[in-house]
Design a protein. Sequence first.
Length: 112
Amino acid sequence: MSTAFKAADILLPKNTDMKKWAVVACDQYTSEPKYWAETDRIVGETPSALRVTLPEVYLEEKDVEQRIEKIHSAMAEYVSGGVFEEYKNALVYVERRQGEGRHSRCGGSGAV
């Protein structure tokens, strides 16, 4: 039987402060550059998904090409620097609690 959703080799951060790793979707807070500046301040030099995403708020900025170059550098540094642990042939289950824990949203990651 064939399926559109399959296991994949998945990289997850190891030995990382997950409160600084995780960031909201990059298309949120598009009209709030202060939010992203504060997130940058909080993350500091700690490995973070912030360093490998381009928040939509910056798409029209003059320095967008430099930002993209920094993203590529961060990706290469994270892979070569041992930031990740690789889980071969894996699926990831995600559960997110909302509304003070009363509601949960479930999802998964893999390959298509």
